[in-house]
Design a protein around this ligand. Structure first.
Ligand SMILES: NC(=O)c1ccc[n+]([C@@H]2O[C@H](COP(=O)([O-])OP(=O)(O)OC[C@H]3O[C@@H](n4cnc5c(N)ncnc54)[C@H](O)[C@@H]3O)[C@@H](O)[C@H]2O)c1
Ligand SMILES: [Zn+2]
Length: 370
């Protein structure tokens, strides 16, 4: 059960393999891309405990020279300090441009390690082995790498493509349900932004997916990766279509920053709330029908996903603060707010110059517990 998606970017093309039981087969997968038998694994301490041993053994058995580094888990590690730690470690271990760094972890490790790989020696090769659903459907594909700044999320970074992405759905079995559901927020986003029939499929099969059915997971992840690969191949550096992948993210990022990237709100939870607010905004703009935001919310609620700001634990973020944070987001052009707005489920467009008062209304009504 291996599915393959190709990201077609001329000289930077690479393949994404999706399946199960990949750890044992690592030497076979890597033989297609590795020139030298040296590999540097960067992971976090949670993933280290679960998978570093078996990954290392498989590689050592395959004749590879393996070194590894584990960082503290969590969004907090996507910062300058950890970037420096990774880069110094790569240089101290004398890795050359033909050697490989393997990012073994969730989106935090993938983004941080991808960014480090892109700037050390002006680019050292990188393989992504994402271990969370969120990273498997989104962050490991498409080449966006980076760290956070005190001014906002992902404000420092680069476009840098891996040479290979290995997605093993077995690794998801150890994720907490909450983390898995956060990843599922990004999955639903794909249906909403550009694939109505996928959304309909999720309405029927969503439960099976989140209960860990392997075949459904491979199918879902392949669909998401194929959608992202197609968009990235058309618009690698986000001058057009690629922005659609940010559906729900302008709202979501402001909520994440307002809650200080803490476990009060996971990235995909911010995205699922953000998608609901994008539909509310679309309805207020007179674009989508009244039924659409309701259908999106009732589907998400049926799977216990977050849909509104008031559900965030602790003090509800203040709407003025959220508005300021959104103005700081990179999706601002010439001081005007840019949003991805749904036409309906499965179709979205980029809208510039959105009326700030409407955005405030949407935020206020989502902040009030009904
Ligand atoms: N580059 C992109 O295009 C892109 C796209 C979407 C999201 N992102 C970024 O991804 C990040 C979020 O990624 P994430 O949700 O994977 O977070 P994460 O990397 O922090 O992982 C979440 C938690 O799960 C643990 N974990 C990872 N794999 C596990 C496993 N298999 N079993 C048990 N625990 C496991 C981690 O240690 C961590 O505690 C954010 O920083 C976001 O900005 C980037
Ligand atoms: Zn995201």
């Amino acid at each position: 059960m291996i599915s393959s998606v190709n990201v077609d970017l001329k000289d930077n093309s690479y393949s994404i393999k999706i399946g199960s039981g990949f750890i044992k087969q690592l030497p076979i997968f890597l033989s297609s891309v590795l020139k030298r038998k040296k590999i540097a694994i960067v992971t976090d301490t949670n993933v280290e405990k679960l998978y570093l041993g078996s990954v290392t053994s498989a590689l050592v058995e395959g004749g590879y020279d393996v070194i590894s580094l584990s960082l503290k888990p969590g969004e907090i590690s996507k910062d300058w300090l950890n970037l420096k730690i990774v880069i110094d470690w790569i240089l101290a271990n004398k890795l050359e441009r033909d050697d490989f760094v393997l990012a073994l972890g969730g989106g935090v490790i993938g983004d941080l390690v991808g960014f480090a790989a892109s700037i050390v020696r002006r680019g050292i090769r990188c393989i992504q082995m994402p271990t969370t659903l969120l990273a498997q459907v989104d962050s490991s594909v498409g080449g966006k790498t980076g760290i956070n700044s005190k001014f906002g999320k992902n404000l420092i970074g680069s476009f840098y493509h891996p040479k290979l992405v290995l997605i093993d759905v077995d690794l998801l079995s150890t994720q907490t349900h909450r983390e898995l559901m956060s990843g599922f927020g990004e999955v639903v986003k794909y249906g909403l932004l550009g694939n109505y029939s996928f959304f309909e499929w999720l309405e029927v099969n969503g439960k099976k997916v989140i209960n860990g059915d392997r075949a459904s997971l491979v199918e879902v992840i392949s669909t998401c990766c194929q959608m992202k690969a197609d968009i990235v191949a058309r618009d690698e550096k986000e001058h057009g279509d690629r922005a659609l992948l940010n559906l729900g993210h302008t709202f979501g990022h402001s909520l994440e920053t307002a809650t200080e990237y803490s476990d009060r709100l996971l990235h995909g939870e911010g995205v699922s709330i953000g998608c609901c607010l994008a539909f509310d905004l679309s309805y207020k703009l007179g674009i989508c029908s009244q039924e659409e935001p309701g259908r999106v919310r009732s589907f998400m609620k049926s799977l216990n996903m977050m849909t509104d700001i008031w559900q965030i634990s602790g003090e509800t973020p203040i709407s003025d603060d959220l508005m300021d944070l959104m103005k700081q987001d990179k999706k601002v052009r010439d001081g005007r707010l840019r949003f991805i707005i749904p036409n309906n489920i499965g179709s979205t467009f980029v809208a510039d110059g959105i009326d700030i008062d409407l955005v405030r209304e949407v935020i206020n009504s989502s902040s009030e517990k009904p």
